[in-house]
Design a protein around this ligand. Structure first.
Ligand code: TA6
Length: 448
């Protein structure tokens, strides 16, 4: 819906294509008398509109009954017009293509071959009634690339009802992103990989690190934040061509729930097996539910259910990138005297240190069989604490200079400003689930 020039026909057709349903332009349903009137610059009366709106409602109702679905482009400027459509098609959702007078006027100037003269724009805007809170639908700002308008609409149509603290928009690379802005903190989570890319507790600096060179593309992992590694970690011996750290961080997750609870905003994302995953080196049927709780602390919880008829084994990790002023001053306690595998050294050797972990070069360690609480002191008095449940591995990583320079999506000098402290179940700690069984790995990140 929207005034003339808002792109109803163009965006409607693209949206229908993305949703895999037919598209109808309601302009084509106007009785000739209406076309003649509008082409003559004469605004329609409500009496002119009712028969037209009835046809619009009918088309939606038929599509609903046939189960085909339908996107119809129709101005539907007033609440009463929308109620008339709703009466015929109770499940209809309204996507209002909203734009300022300037943006719309510019669009109309550029438009030719349409019976609606630009002069009618002001009267249309005067007639326009924004969607009321109790109406099923949402407004999308058209002052962005058309494909972003479509992507945002698709993501919001798929999303559950959102509390006030949550919005869905388009982020980098045209990827849909869920934004949380609540009293206790803010965060961003891309549907791509259910990837938390930022979390900032109110009154404190951002806790997560993001590379300025990160890619944001459907087939690429995001560099920074909290990549979700699942169902394998690192390279997959069974298939060296398989993407590192599994397919979950490359998949499109669905936001299935968003609610406010106890001063936090809780988001739940779902991923199930896909044709792609069923043809991968890990072809099992599964359901993963990832809960992200945003507030003064960041809560992460990955629940995996085995929907297959055979037992399944997987590895998992919250590959958390923490932002630090200078890695040289970082000290991580909680691992004293605990054995670790140095992934840069002898794969058989088990090493331990009595002191907190400090960084003097490339570091890539796996601690197994531990549920330790990691405390990351960044040298400026700030400490980030990570406590977990259902996780008995920890991975600590910094690429240092050479490795950083070798990664295209990682700035040459960015290694000094980050450290990964990962909550995981990897290598000897992988999880095996019987058919129907469930496992949950959780972490709570607190910055003080
Ligand atoms: O968690 C540490 C690690 O496995 C390192 O070995 C390093 O490869 C890092 O992850 C980043 O992996 P990525 O596939 O995101 O480049």
């Amino acid at each position: 819906m929207g005034v003339s020039g808002s792109g109803k026909s163009t965006i409607g057709a693209l949206l229908a294509h993305s949703l895999g349903v037919p598209f109808t332009d309601a302009d084509g349903l106007h009785p000739q008398a209406n076309i003649v009137k509008m082409a003559g610059g004469v605004p329609l009366t409500d009496d002119d509109r009712w028969p037209w709106l009835a046809l619009v409602g009918e088309a939606l109702a038929e599509a609903g009954a046939a189960g085909t679905g339908l996107v119809i482009a129709c101005s539907a400027l007033k609440r009463v017009y929308r109620d008339a459509i709703l009466a015929a098609a109770p499940t209809v959702r309204f996507v209002h293509l909203a734009g300022s007078l300037d943006v719309l006027a510019n669009r109309l100037e550029g438009r030719s071959e349409h019976f609606m003269p630009p002069a009618l724009l002001r009267s249309q805007l005067a007639t326009l009634e924004e969607l009321h809170d109790d109406e099923s639908g949402f407004a999308v700002d058209i002052d962005q690339p058309v494909l972003n308008v479509v992507a945002e609409s698709v993501a919001r149509l798929a999303a559950p009802a959102l509390p006030a603290s949550v919005t869905i928009g388009i982020g980098h690379g045209g990827l849909p992103v869920v934004r949380v802005d609540d009293v206790a903190g803010t965060a961003e989570v891309y549907l791509h990989g259910a990837h938390v890319t930022s979390w900032t507790p109110t009154g404190r600096p951002p806790v997560l690190w993001m590379s300025a060179f990160s890619e944001f593309a459907a087939d690429r992992p995001i560099r920074g934040g909290v990549p979700l590694c699942f169902p394998w970690f690192g390279a997959l011996p069974a298939d060296p061509t398989a993407p590192a750290h599994g397919f979950a961080r490359l998949a499109e997750w669905q936001l299935v729930e968003a609610r406010e609870a106890d001063g936090n905003t809780v988001l739940v994302f779902r991923l199930g097996d896909t044709e792609g995953s069923r043809n991968s080196a890990w072809p099992h049927r599964f359901e993963a539910l990832y809960t992200v709780s945003v507030g003064a602390r960041l809560g992460l919880s990955l629940q995996v259910r085995n929907l297959d008829v055979t037992p399944v084994t997987f590895a998992e990790a919250f590959h958390t990138y923490l932002s630090v002023p200078d890695i040289h001053n970082v000290a991580i306690s909680g691992f004293e005297d605990q054995e670790f595998l140095d992934r840069l050294g002898d794969p058989e050797a088990r090493i331990s240190e009595a002191e907190p972990v400090r960084f003097t070069g490339e570091t890539d360690r796996v601690y197994q069989g531990t549920s330790t609480v990691a405390r990351v002191a960044d040298g400026t008095g700030r400490t980030v604490e990570i406590s977990t449940e259902g996780s008995v591995s920890r991975v600590v990583w910094n690429p240092w200079q050479a490795k950083a320079a070798a990664m295209a999506d990682f700035g040459d000098d960015e290694w000094t400003g980050m450290v990964c402290v990962e909550t995981a179940n990897v290598q000897g700690d992988t999880i095996t689930l019987a058919p129907g069984a469930v496992h949950t790995m959780s972490a709570v990140i607190a910055a003080a």
